[in-house]
Design a protein around this ligand. Structure first.
Ligand code: XLS
Ligand code: NI
Ligand code: NI
Length: 444
């Protein structure tokens, strides 16, 4: 019972037209049915629209009010929430996108009490469920917004105030019930205010212990109600909090291990959060991948000139290629997906820009996928890396890897060595090969 062309009248169904197309409302590289590495692009890329950036964000920045022209903004309260659902499914269908994601407060307004908020949520969740029944678009993940409201000023699960901990727990409980109701494939925790400003007023140990307790409560409740989604932690080093506890994948992993949570969680890796942490996107993907913890991706990009989370739509083909390399080496994303946690620029305020932005992002990851697949097929990186580490496949290297040696034997070996020879790492050569692949695979 999806409504027809109501909010985006100027945009028809977006189809794949190929690299020569000049139609702004067509995919140039993303062809959902095209098979790459034995799967269709649609199955591999698992694109998702972020409800907050696309349907609720108004373009406000610290220096100015909103700029976005959104035809549904003529409504308010619950009517606005319902209009957004209609607009959302119209956009999902026109983009032919398989998933979406939301925070509780994105889909329904908060009431004066928690029970009123629940009531609003129940009504909109029922409406979304009805739309989902006739739509292909599924819920990749939902989450609780535990950072916008003033009650979360000192954190949520890491708040100094036990009442806030309880309130946050109630929001997560409700979120898991909603996730179950709508068949969410994952449930995300992003701890925007789980961190601290200054140690002068902070009991870091208690805060971290409480965060561990909070996650255990969520894991227990999911089991109790039979919610089978994958739990994901989304690391970010800072913003809004100065020191955020889930700084990056490595920090998050140590936390999960310390608190006996490692088996229940994976990571949702956001490109712009990686760069804020001083890492590359691919570094975070690799760290998660080699530890079996790569769950899902918030597909966006930052701006090298700006030191905050600009959440731009991903258009950097070099970055999408290296990201897709990690994802393919991971055997795909499993229950995860590529969620466009990305917003149109403040100056791109027309409704059509939402389509231009998603088309740009989807095409960029499609290119990344094709180039990465070809690189893997030709074993460009594998062969080079294998050869580079070949000293560990025989002789003393093999003994080291197999744990068959000790310091004494290594000393004996070192003493009889002549001059040690190293070989070039060939960084520039490898980068030029990537460029070659980028330019040829795409024009094939
Ligand atoms: C903010 C985060 C947020 C999470 C979901 O920086 O990226 O949008 O993805 O709470
Ligand atoms: Ni995110
Ligand atoms: Ni972000």
């Amino acid at each position: 019972m999806a409504t027809k062309t109501q909010y985006f009248q100027n945009v028809n169904q977006i189809k794949y037209e190929g690299p020569k197309s000049t139609n702004p409302f067509a995919f140039k590289y993303y062809n959902p049915e095209e098979v790459v590495a034995g799967k269709t692009m649609e199955e591999l890329l698992r694109f998702s629209v972020a409800y907050w950036h696309t349907f609720t964000m108004d373009g406000t920045d610290p220096f100015g009010i909103g700029t976005m022209l959104r035809p549904w903004d003529k409504f308010s309260g619950m009517d606005l929430a319902k209009a957004r659902v209609e607009a959302a499914f119209e956009l999902f269908e026109k983009l032919n996108v398989p998933f979406f994601c939301f925070h509780d407060v994105d889909i329904a307004p908060e009431g004066n009490t928690l029970s009123e908020t629940y009531k609003n949520l129940d009504e909109i969740v029922a409406m979304i469920k009805e739309y989902m029944a006739t739509s292909k678009t599924k819920l990749l993940w939902n989450t609780a917004n535990m950072f916008s409201h003033p009650r979360f000023v000192h954190g949520a699960a890491t708040s100094v105030n036990a009442d806030v901990f309880a309130y946050a727990a109630a929001k997560v409980k409700k979120g898991l019930e909603i996730g179950k109701e709508l068949g969410a494939e994952n449930y995300v925790f992003w701890g925007g205010r789980e961190g601290y400003e200054t140690l002068l007023n902070t009991d870091m140990k208690l805060e971290l212990d409480n965060l561990g307790r909070f996650f255990h409560l969520a894991v227990d409740y999911a089991k109790e109600i039979g919610f089978n989604g994958q739990f994901l932690i989304e690391p970010k080093p800072k913003e809004p909090t100065k020191h955020q506890y889930d700084f990056d994948v490595a920090t998050g992993m140590a936390f999960l291990q310390n608190y006996g949570l490692k088996d229940y969680f994976k990571f949702n890796i956001e490109a712009n959060h990686a760069t804020l942490a001083g890492h590359t996107f691919e570094h975070e993907l690799r760290t998660a991948r080699i530890n079996g913890m790569l769950g899902s991706v918030d597909a966006n990009q930052g701006d090298p000139l700006l030191g905050w989370d600009t959440d731009e739509f991903p258009t950097d083909l070099y970055s999408t290629t290296l990201a897709m390399y990690e994802i393919l080496q991971n055997g795909g994303l499993g229950k995860g997906g590529l969620n466009f946690d990305a917003k149109v620029r403040r100056g791109s305020f027309e409704p059509e820009d939402l389509f231009h932005a998603h088309i740009a992002g989807m095409d960029s990851f499609a290119v990344g996928l094709k180039v990465a697949q070809k690189l893997i097929e030709d074993r460009v990186i594998e062969d080079f890396v294998e050869e580079r580490y070949s000293s560990f496949t025989h002789g003393i290297g093999k003994d080291i890897v197999e744990g068959k040696t000790n310091l004494q034997q290594l000393e004996e070996y070192a003493l009889q060595l002549g001059e040690i020879k190293n070989r070039s790492g060939r960084t520039e050569r490898l980068k030029s090969i990537i460029n070659q692949y980028l330019l040829t695979v795409v024009s094939e």
